[in-house]
Design a protein around this ligand. Structure first.
Ligand code: NAP
Length: 253
């Protein structure tokens, strides 16, 4: 990978959620354009090697800085170094953005009900979409489902509320649904495909999946993405191809 494809950016803030989850912001060069839901490729010098990983952007396309949400992968060449990030550190940012998990990909059915289903750090692209007024204008119902193992892993809870109040002001169709899979006291604690198959998710939201009106986006654990896709297909939903269909996905690692 040639270094000319990257710009050098500075870390502006670091927020630690748990011992293995953190977020950081960095400077955004004027040339770096993206659509909500897309990812950036970030490089880190490890010794004299540039190691690169893909990260969905958390911040909105209108923000002056870039925000990312990361997990520390045990013994991972990238994140085990990245976790020690400090304000003022330098990171490499590839000049172009990537990815097709964007709302613009949907042509049919027309926008009506939006389901954003995430596990762990797969929440990132959905936070970007929700910080775009266009999303709130387009959809009558917006449901954000966020599955984590323990309550302490529910990062961004307050931000989600702030985003809904600010960007969704006057919107009456937003629901945030946390799933805490390893908490016996959680209201919802089964995995997403189970909650879809047994109807519990729809019951909790008060809305049904519908091939004629649902746009469903999945991001996170690759096995969750596969299993949830199958559960949704069982309900008559189809993969979105060339603009048509209900389901769009991104594996987060
Ligand atoms: P995770 O294992 O993905 O769990 C997060 C949530 O997803 C939990 O609620 C979990 O439920 C659920 N889940 C897991 N498998 C599922 C499936 N097949 N269907 C439906 N839901 C499912 O946890 P994580 O903390 O986000 O990530 C765990 C590990 O993944 C990390 O330690 C790391 O090794 C790797 N990872 C790597 C990267 C990377 O960039 N390389 C990024 C993220 C994560 P349960 O409690 O039932 O498992």
């Amino acid at each position: 990978m040639s270094i000319e494809k990257f710009s050098v950016e500075k870390v502006l803030s670091v927020q630690r959620w748990t011992s293995n989850l953190f977020s950081f912001t960095m400077t955004r060069p004027a040339h770096f354009k993206f659509t909500a839901g897309q990812f950036a490729r970030i490089g880190l010098m490890v010794g004299d090697e540039l190691v690169i990983r893909a990260y969905s952007v958390v911040s909105s396309p209108y923000d002056e800085t870039l925000e990312f949400f990361s997990i520390v992968v045990p013994d991972g060449a990238f994140t085990s170094n990245l976790q020690h990030l400090k304000v003022g550190d330098e990171l490499y940012l590839e000049k172009i953005s990537y990815g097709y998990l964007t709302l613009a990909r949907y042509q049919q059915p027309l926008p009506q009900d939006l389901w954003l289903l995430a596990t762990g750090t797969g929440l990132a692209p959905f936070l970007s979409m929700l910080q775009d007024f266009e999303t709130w204008k387009k959809y009558q119902k917006i449901t954000l489902v966020y599955s984590v193992r323990t309550e302490s892993e529910l990062a961004y809870i307050e931000r989600i509320q702030e985003i809904a109040e600010l960007f969704g002001e006057g919107h009456t169709g937003f629901k945030f649904v946390p799933i805490i899979t390893r908490d016996p006291n959680a209201a919802l604690r089964d995995r997403l495909p189970v909650l879809i198959a047994n109807g519990q998710l729809e019951k909790a939201v008060g809305l049904s999946f519908n091939p004629d009106s649902s746009h469903v986006m999945l991001c996170g654990n690759p096995q969750m993405v596969d299993d949830t896709k199958e559960a949704l297909k069982q309900r008559g939903l189809t993969m979105n191809r060339r603009g048509e269909g209900n389901i769009a996905v991104e594996n987060y690692w």
